[in-house]
Design a protein around this ligand. Structure first.
Ligand code: ZN
Length: 444
């Protein structure tokens, strides 16, 4: 049950704070065309705006509505505060792009398509030794750093700096690996903040791609498009990035080489309409890339008063990959005394939905909230700090362990001799520096 008085007061305070900050540094934000569920739209303060009826391939009733910067922020605030979830809508620069997105929607295929790879669990020699290596202190340190920025808002200099820090941190973890590279991928016309992609080339099945991701941006309800807003975003979603970083550290420190290509992605601009992930999923689809599985971590570090350590989202995800995820959890995490559950999260809940919309198999895991809230109650507020999520990263440890199981079992371990891998290496150093930057460090 929600407490209406709390929400009214909270909204007034947020509005006051937003107005105060508006005078400081309001970024220019062009209007967007938002696609959200009809249920969300009709319950929101925007319900009186003219909107077009639509539906996706799953039959979900949608509304397409043009929103200026203030209205876009209201939609975000409503989804965050009243529905207690992170995403909630797709945003496009034009009506034509929104309609094109709908016309090409393949969510039904994304949900129903059969297993894109052999979902066999046979990599215990790789995965089992990884699990005890997960360091709560490492995850905590990354959350502490990422939540130390004023914000990681998609239009702010802080948000750009945070993306660069993630790139540099992941690059350092891949130091000496000729099969590892990191790039920044911009989203022209939709975000000044780039997404970050670390790639480990597959040694045997390089054309098959496994993706692990979380969003790197943050936002504060009531702040509009203010680039000075205080949005520490420790749980949402510094925790997801920190968890992925620990997964990456352990796999690379082990000298692990995957059979399939692996991509770790920090998505830009998730909080303002899943922009970074939607752009990337579209690019992957256009390039004909065979993505065999996507795992999304959005909010992994809050756990109070619930017996569950991890919850899987059951809508807008691929059925066979979700079943595989359950099996993975039961094989590797349940024996550690960890407990899972499942919930729905509705339309455009987080970046996994971008992949699903393009027909790719995706799953999403998040923390399990109490009976009042599905997620951390202070998401998108100034209180989304490490202190408010308990001062430790204990709750993220099972997510890192699940990420390691997903990585090891879906990408598999290469048995190809390392010498052959090195022979096939070609330097990326001559590529121009720009919006998409590919960086390869010399071998040790
Ligand atoms: Zn989030």
């Amino acid at each position: 049950m929600k407490l209406p008085a709390f929400h009214v007061l909270h909204r007034l305070l947020a509005l006051a704070g937003g107005l105060a900050m508006t005078a400081l540094a309001q970024a220019a934000e062009p209007p967007v065309f938002a696609l959200t569920s009809a249920d969300t739209f009709l319950a929101s303060p925007l319900r009186h705006l003219p909107a077009e009826d639509a539906s996706d391939s799953l039959g979900t009733r949608l509304k397409l509505v043009e929103l200026d910067a203030t209205q876009r922020a209201w939609l975000s605030d409503f989804v965050h505060e009243e529905e207690s979830r992170c995403g909630g809508y797709f945003a496009f620069p034009s009506r034509g792009e929104a309609l094109d997105f709908l016309a090409r929607d393949r969510s039904l295929e994304g949900v129903l398509q059969p297993a894109a790879a052999s979902y066999v669990i046979d990599s215990q020699p790789t995965v089992a030794p990884w699990l005890p290596q997960v360091s709560e202190a490492n995850i905590r340190a990354t959350i502490a750093h990422l939540s130390s920025y004023q914000n990681r808002y998609y239009q702010s200099a802080y948000g750009l700096s945070a993306a660069h820090w993630i790139r540099d941190t992941w690059l350092a973890l891949g130091h000496g690996r000729r099969d590892v590279r990191v790039e920044l991928v911009g989203c022209t016309g939709c975000s000044t903040q780039p997404s970050v992609i670390l790639t480990i080339d597959g040694a045997e099945l390089p054309e098959e791609v496994v993706v692990l991701g979380g969003h790197l941006d943050s936002i504060r309800s009531g702040a509009g498009s203010n680039t000075e807003q205080f949005a520490p975003g420790a749980d949402d979603d510094a925790s997801g990035i920190a968890t992925l970083t620990e997964v990456l550290r352990i796999a690379l420190a082990d000298g692990w080489r995957p059979r399939r290509t692996v991509k770790f992605i920090g998505y830009a601009a998730e909080e303002v309409g899943l922009r970074g992930s939607a752009a990337l999923a579209g690019q992957f689809q256009s390039a004909g890339i065979n993505v065999v599985g996507v795992l999304q971590f959005d909010m992994t570090n809050y756990r109070v008063g619930v017996p569950y350590h991890l919850q899987f989202i059951t809508d807008y995800v691929n059925g066979p990959l979700l079943s595989f995820s359950y099996t993975l959890f039961d094989a590797y995490l349940a024996p550690l005394g960890l407990i899972r559950r499942s919930i729905t999260c509705n339309y455009a809940c987080s970046d996994h939905a971008s992949w699903t919309s393009k027909g790719f198999p995706a799953v999403m895991a998040s923390e399990s909230g109490d009976t009042d809230y599905e997620f951390f109650p202070y998401l998108h507020s100034a209180n989304d700090t490490l202190a408010f999520i308990g001062g430790s990263a204990n709750s993220s440890v099972p997510f890192a362990q699940f990420g390691l199981a997903f990585l090891g079992e879906l990408a598999k371990t290469s048995t190809r001799p390392q010498a052959l891998l090195n022979d096939s290496f070609e330097s990326d150093a001559a590529l121009p520096q720009g919006e998409s930057v590919r960086v390869a460090l010399p071998a040790r």
